[in-house]
Design a protein around this ligand. Structure first.
Ligand SMILES: [Zn+2]
Ligand SMILES: [Zn+2]
Length: 430
């Protein structure tokens, strides 16, 4: 980091927690240290040894692995002498073939395109490639917004579940692509981990200056300032557009609770048909079997695959319903009903945000099965309408958690006894 940036850091050593709106002092961090909010434990900044080169190297390796994974067969299956194999690209192709283009697009976007875009964006931004400023700003903005939609690891889990389901029917072997794909999965998660958002935005532009003196240990809203939800700059509350990243923002997301509740109700309406209608149709020697999410779980249980049955039951049935309840509870709590400990409510919020994406596992299982099991009259699997409805439920609940403003949970308590930032040493590789 150049001396110019160092100077910049010590002048603007205050940071407003984007999750709980607490103002804390950010000291000049030692190498390998991460600083997290004393109140909600969100990581605010981390100082890596090679803040630019480490994410770049990992992102490049991830892209190489993705290319290798796309070239070769991914999984092979043989049933009574008939062989079938798929590559990553086949999976989307098979969805288009059976007229489930939405699932095909879904796969291309969340498993291949979005993660690949994020890796390219990390390389371009970290290496300070000579790009126009507006492009850099837009790349960085999309990069952090797309993070939740990278579902590589969930797809991988879906593939593993499909194996277990298929083992009852034939021989399953892993193709050459499988190992590079696992590496791609690990590397893209790691690339995000080693990239410090606070640092990255400092490379793009200086933190906008603020005239008003700020007091640590108090909320931003009580001091007339807000945190930019994109670049973490502290801005005057009435300022709509951030001068650094040009993102529109508010002190509190307008109509956050109304929008969240509306999304919850929509997902609840779709939740019923998503569970009642079949998600998958299996044709074996002319006999047709429609399966719903629950009947899939029962079948796995009956086959003796208890761990997988439990995983699918938790991910597809418990998580979406508990998530709808939990987000509804968060809304009620933020509205002032009930008097819960904000730290506990915040933990629920984080859990809901993290765990919600994993419900997609069953959608990916259906995608893998219906592209791999295409053996003519002997056996074929195709998706059914329930799969799309179920994917819609998960996406809606993800949006519901996103529109919920977590700062509302903390607004009841204004003064905090402990305002010192938490420092933790020992970042791996830092
Ligand atoms: Zn916080
Ligand atoms: Zn900003």
């Amino acid at each position: 980091m150049c001396s110019h940036n160092h100077l910049n850091e010590s002048c603007h050593n205050k940071i407003l927690c984007p999750q709980c709106d607490l103002l804390v002092a950010l000291p000049v961090l030692e190498q390998g240290t991460k600083a997290s909010c004393p109140r909600c434990h969100t990581v605010l900044s981390a100082k890596w040894k090679y803040p630019a080169n480490q994410p770049t190297a990992i992102a490049i390796s991830a892209l190489v692995m993705l290319v290798i994974a796309g070239l070769f067969p991914y999984v092979k299956m043989s049933v009574m002498g008939i062989e079938s194999q798929i590559s990553l690209l086949n999976i989307a192709h098979a969805m288009f073939d059976v007229n489930y283009a939405s699932l095909g697009w879904f796969f291309i976007l969340f498993v291949v395109a979005v993660p690949a875009f994020c890796m390219v964006a990390i390389i371009l931004l970290c290496q300070k490639v000579n790009l126009p400023l507006w492009l850099k700003i837009n790349l960085a903005r999309t990069l952090f917004q797309m993070k939740t939609w990278c579902m590589v690891e969930i797809f991988l889990a879906g593939v593993l579940v499909s194996f277990v389901k298929l083992m009852a029917y034939g021989d399953i072997t892993l193709g050459i692509s499988f190992v590079p794909y696992c590496f791609f999965c690990l590397l893209q998660v790691r690339a995000f981990q080693c990239l410090d958002r606070y640092w990255l935005w400092q490379q793009i532009g200086e933190i906008p200056k603020l005239e008003t003196p700020l007091q640590e240990g108090k909320s931003g809203i009580s001091q007339g300032v807000r945190s930019c939800h994109i670049c973490m700059a502290i801005l005057p509350a009435e300022r709509k557009y951030c001068p650094r990243c040009h993102a529109k923002g508010y002190v509190r997301r307008p109509n956050s609770l109304q929008n969240t509740v509306a999304l919850l109700i929509s997902s609840l309406i779709l939740y019923v048909p998503a569970n009642v209608l079949p998600v998958m149709v299996t044709n074996t020697l002319g006999s047709r079997l429609d399966s719903t999410i629950m009947s899939g779980v029962i079948l796995l249980w009956g086959d003796g695959s208890y761990p997988v049955a439990i995983i699918i039951f938790i991910a597809s049935i418990m998580v979406p319903s508990l998530k709808i309840l939990a987000v509804g509870w968060l809304c009620l709590d933020a509205k002032g009903y009930g008097n819960r400990d904000p730290a506990r409510m915040h933990f629920i919020y984080e859990l809901v945000e993290w765990v919600g994406r994993w419900s997609m596992i069953d959608v990916f299982v259906i995608a893998v099965l219906s592209s791999l099991v295409q053996m003519g009259r002997l056996m074929s699997v195709s998706p059914a309408i329930g799969a799309i409805l179920f994917a819609a439920v998960v996406i809606l609940t993800m949006f519901a958690a996103m529109t919920f403003d977590p700062r509302l949970t903390w607004d009841r308590c204004n003064v905090v006894s402990q305002s010192r930032i938490r420092l933790e040493k020992g970042l791996q590789g830092g």
